[in-house]
Design a binder for this molecule. Structure first.
Ligand SMILES: NC(=O)c1ccc[n+]([C@@H]2O[C@H](COP(=O)([O-])OP(=O)(O)OC[C@H]3O[C@@H](n4cnc5c(N)ncnc54)[C@H](O)[C@@H]3O)[C@@H](O)[C@H]2O)c1
Length: 342
């Protein structure tokens, strides 16, 4: 029986991965400090499917060390951390400790115990900064890159904006360098916007989910900027399929452990584009007002998935119409749960 250890395993991505691997008959161990709203709901959903839940904090090296020494998992997905740019600006030290210290602790446990496991790190497109040097075009709904056909690839310069950008970016580099120096089988996935069922999106993070929840609950919401900002959105099932492919991959990569991972060009969408879908396809009524643009926000980010697609034979399958439909139905079916975190 293969085993997987997931930090942040009661969060959106972590709990979905836990459920996915449990279905594949892996022994699943998760750790979470339950700091995010909605994590208890997620935990209830998965607790009977997993081997063990550890209520711990990744900042606690000693505890993390004891746990991992015992489990010796085949794969670790590191998804715990502070996740919102806005929060990182208010509390940069907490953000630093959760994202940098937490990641360093995990790497040190792997190194000190010579654990032979794969490590998948959930990095972010934010490591590329606001990309305001790229030429853009726009129409009434969205921005486009003027000259970039496939989107942003891994060769783009790192340019950390916001404490969150710095802490995720630093952890991204630590994972890459520990893999190089200490021969750890690490994979850094620079994920774009991930969305799906069991995501309790809030104004600060998880925009697709947040706008859908706000629309269904008839809540007024704010749009920062002109609403034409574009992201490539990745449905959670597609991400889990990728994690699984990496988990099963036998050939250890010696270089090139960093990958951009998103919905890609085909699944890119602006905020106004999402609103159109919500109104046209689902008849939802939206109440929103505009505010000034958030500092450091990218006008457009689209991942060039070429590298990950080539090495892992992976590409996203769930388009935004299908993905939003699944999410809308989930919110409607789980109104009570969703309302409890609003
Ligand atoms: N959702 C996205 O679109 C997206 C995109 C790029 C990267 N990421 C990264 O993926 C990871 C998971 O994101 P998510 O969307 O599932 O967010 P989430 O908030 O649902 O999950 C994070 C989990 O980590 C836990 N946590 C936070 N600090 C902790 C600590 N010190 N010790 C133990 N647990 C702690 C939280 O309770 C939560 O359950 C994050 O690291 C995030 O930066 C997410």
């Amino acid at each position: 029986m293969r085993s997987i250890f997931i930090t942040g395993g009661a969060g959106f991505i972590g709990s979905s991965a836990a459920e996915f691997f449990a279905k594949k008959k892996w022994d699943v161990y998760i750790l979470d400090n339950l700091s995010r709203k909605g994590t208890r709901i997620n935990l209830n959903r998965i607790k009977d499917k997993i081997k063990k839940f550890y209520l711990e904090d990744i900042k606690n090296y000693k505890k993390l060390n004891l746990i991992l020494k015992k489990i010796k998992p085949d794969v670790i997905i590191h998804a715990a951390g502070q996740v919102a740019v806005t929060k990182s600006i208010v509390s940069p030290r907490e953000d630093f400790n959760d994202n940098i210290l937490g990641t360093l602790n995990l790497l040190e446990v792997i190194r000190n115990n010579k654990l032979k496991c794969k490590l998948i790190y959930t990095s972010t497109n934010k490591v590329y900064g606001n990309l305001n040097y790229l030429k853009l075009k726009k129409n009434k709904d969205r921005y486009f890159f003027k000259n970039l056909k496939k989107g942003v690839n891994e060769e783009f310069n790192l340019d950390f904006h916001s404490p969150y950008g710095c802490s995720k970016g630093a952890a991204d580099q630590y994972v890459n360098d520990y893999s190089r120096i200490y021969n750890i089988d690490g994979y850094v996935l620079r994920q774009s916007c991930v969305y799906g069922t069991n995501q309790f999106g809030i104004e600060d993070q998880g925009w697709v989910s947040w706008f859908i929840i706000a629309s269904i609950f008839k809540k007024k919401f704010k749009v920062y900027g002109d609403g034409k900002q574009v992201r490539d959105i990745l449905y959670i099932d597609d991400l889990n399929n990728l994690y699984y492919k990496i988990a099963l991959n036998k050939k250890k990569l010696t270089t090139n452990r960093i990958f951009n991972v998103g919905g890609g060009n085909k699944f890119s969408l602006s905020l106004l584009g999402l609103f159109k879908i919500l109104k046209k396809e689902y008849g939802l009524k939206l109440k929103y007002s505009f505010r000034s643009e958030r500092k450091g926000d990218q006008k457009i980010f689209i991942s060039d998935n070429s590298k990950i697609s080539k090495i892992f034979n992976w590409s996203p399958k769930v388009d935004p119409i299908k993905g939003t439909r699944i999410l809308i139905n989930w919110v409607i079916k789980n109104k009570k749960k969703v309302n409890s975190i609003l």
